[in-house]
Design a protein around this ligand. Structure first.
Ligand SMILES: *[C@@H]1O[C@H](CO)[C@@H](O)[C@H](O)[C@H]1NC(C)=O
Ligand SMILES: *[C@@H]1O[C@H](CO)[C@@H](O)[C@H](O)[C@H]1NC(C)=O
Ligand SMILES: *[C@@H]1O[C@H](CO)[C@@H](O)[C@H](O)[C@H]1NC(C)=O
Ligand SMILES: *[C@@H]1O[C@H](CO)[C@@H](O)[C@H](O)[C@H]1NC(C)=O
Ligand SMILES: *[C@@H]1O[C@H](CO)[C@@H](O)[C@H](O)[C@H]1NC(C)=O
Ligand SMILES: *[C@@H]1O[C@H](CO)[C@@H](O)[C@H](O)[C@H]1NC(C)=O
Ligand SMILES: *[C@@H]1O[C@H](CO)[C@@H](O)[C@H](O)[C@H]1NC(C)=O
Length: 461
């Protein structure tokens, strides 16, 4: 066969097919009840192309992807799916409790439940505003309500897809609400005539709080699409306030002392349960050393200060985590750091003296710049930079004094005198070194030029 004759044959075949199709459509219209097999051969039968059937996996006739029908007699039609769960609490008079049967889609009892559910749904929508939209439903799976909220220990959740003719529903929420309203308010909680009864409480499956991770005793608060936050309910408090509503413990009647993780008492303290919360009491020989806003008794340290003679006159004892410290009483100046005590004839054993008896300037107990003028007052002292000096921080005078250009920095930098430290140089642009002794130089460049010259000479040699 040449290409041309083959094309003719194909054209002829196409015309024939066209005529056949027209014929069958006419026949179908003339006699609708009589099924006409015009589709492909499929697992020993012909699919009905009039109903939109196609052969699926070479074995069964069904609708193409994206189309559905209510029964095998019906036309396939384009549909949109809507997915939602329904919480079923009983079958006739028997309370349902989730068990393995509901997890196994091959189980005959399971299949019966699925059929009952689908038939029930098909009974419902015709009584609602979506009667012209609903096509059919599929059960995806039957799940345990406890997986959604651990307090939901009864009934089972049918997770199903409802199919609606294209452009017949406004939103998935509408498809859900219309159905649940009908079942609850007009059909006495029964799904059609299936004997399956809805739980009077149905969680809103479109809420971001559906399937939340809040604590069972917590509350979920919707914050917007797909976002929510948790908080502990009344009578409960957060065990971990940085992750609110995830672990809630009872405020009243809960013994926080029973388990270490429920209280923050120090291990050197005794936990005392109270009707409301608890308190901690440091053990004998230990003292409370908890930070200011923490629960007293949350840090307990050995009481080093219990030794009455631990600290000398003019001081008081303060417990630290590993040892105690003697600190000056208010109005006293710590003179331990001064190395001028002997020079001034002060008793070597003295730790603290009254501020009135102390000359901080002479004892060197100030934080004036080493280049500043220190002025002694009856209480305290004053620092100021000498004339001709710049004050680096006038808000607190005399702590940082600087000379713009100075000998110590080789006339190429600022000499800066801070409190209790020696002079440092801040060099001008290009200069470096501790005393700005390194001048900006072209050394590397000159070196390179010399090398290049040497190289050239060698080449010419
Ligand atoms: C029907 O709706 C589905 C889902 O929105 C879409 O994928 C499909 O293309 C639509 N079909 C028609 C014929 O409009
Ligand atoms: C599970 O529960 C159903 C309904 O109550 C019951 O018919 C079935 O026998 C139970 N299956 C098992 C394995 O207990
Ligand atoms: C229902 O099934 C869909 C598809 O498998 C899944 O995404 C969804 O989480 C299920 N919902 C429930 C409540 O089990
Ligand atoms: C779990 O369900 C109960 C009862 O319906 C409800 O009060 C509670 O808020 C739910 N818990 C969470 C974390 O959503
Ligand atoms: C305590 O302070 C007073 C007042 O400055 C002083 O006279 C006394 O010597 C101090 N005692 C000791 C032991 O440092
Ligand atoms: C200097 O000492 C005073 C009093 O002891 C203190 O308030 C101030 O913060 C100190 N300033 C500096 C810069 O260390
Ligand atoms: C500060 O300078 C003095 C005298 O110039 C010197 O003895 C001392 O070691 C220097 N201290 C520091 C911390 O550089």
């Amino acid at each position: 066969m040449t290409k041309r004759t083959r094309f003719r044959a194909e054209l002829l075949g196409f015309c024939f097919l066209f005529l056949l199709v027209r014929e069958t459509i006419a026949a179908g219209e003339a006699n609708k009840d009589k099924p006409v097999s015009t589709g492909e051969l499929c697992g020993g039968q012909f699919c009905n192309a009039d109903l939109g059937e196609v052969c699926i996996a070479g074995t069964v006739c069904g609708c193409v992807n994206g189309e559905k029908r209510a029964s095998l007699k019906d036309h396939c039609q384009p549909v949109e799916p809507v997915n939602f769960p329904l919480w079923v609490i009983r079958k006739n008079h028997n309370q349902l409790i989730y068990n393995d049967t509901f997890a196994n889609p091959q189980d005959t009892i399971n299949k019966q439940y699925v059929d009952d559910f689908n038939n029930g749904i098909a009974d419902c929508y015709p009584h609602t505003s979506l009667k012209n939209g609903f096509v059919t439903s599929d059960v995806i799976d039957i799940t345990n309500p406890m997986l959604v909220n651990s307090t939901w220990d009864k009934g089972v959740i049918f997770n199903a897809t409802m199919y609606f003719r294209n452009d017949t529903i406004r939103s998935p929420q509408e498809a859900y609400q219309v159905l649940v309203d009908y079942i609850m308010h007009r059909n006495n909680y029964e799904i059609g005539h299936s004997g399956l009864f809805l739980n009077p409480y149905q969680p809103d499956p479109f809420s971001s709080c559906y399937e939340n991770t809040c604590h069972p005793a917590g509350r979920c608060i919707e914050m917007g699409p797909n976002t929510y936050r948790c908080e502990c309910g009344a009578g409960y408090r957060d065990k971990n306030p940085t992750d609110p509503g995830r672990t809630c413990i009872r405020l009243f009647g809960y013994n926080e002392c029973e388990r270490d993780e429920d209280n923050i008492c120090s291990k050197n303290a005794q936990c005392i349960d109270l009707p409301l919360l608890y308190r901690c009491k440091c053990n004998n020989g230990y003292k409370d050393a908890s930070p200011k806003y923490e629960l007293p008794g949350s840090v307990c340290v050995l009481d080093y200060c219990s030794d009455l003679n631990f600290c000398p006159a003019n001081t008081t004892c303060v417990n630290g985590e590993f040892q105690a410290e003697c600190v000056c009483l208010p109005g006293m100046v710590d003179i331990r750091k001064s190395n001028m005590k002997a020079y001034l004839g002060i008793d070597q054993s003295a730790l603290c003296l009254s501020v009135i008896d102390v000359n901080e300037c002479v004892l060197g107990l100030t934080n004036c710049s080493s280049a500043a003028i220190c002025e002694e007052f009856k209480i305290g002292y004053r620092c100021s930079c000498a004339e001709g000096w710049i004050d680096g921080n006038p808000a607190e005078p005399g702590r940082i004094c600087a000379l713009p250009i100075c000998m110590e920095c080789n006339q190429h930098g600022q000499c800066i005198y801070k409190s209790q430290s020696n002079m440092t140089c801040v060099c001008e642009e290009g200069y470096a070194g501790e005393h700005c002794e390194i001048a900006p130089s072209n050394v590397p460049l000159i070196l390179m030029l010399l090398l290049a010259l040497l190289f050239l000479l060698l080449m010419l040699w």
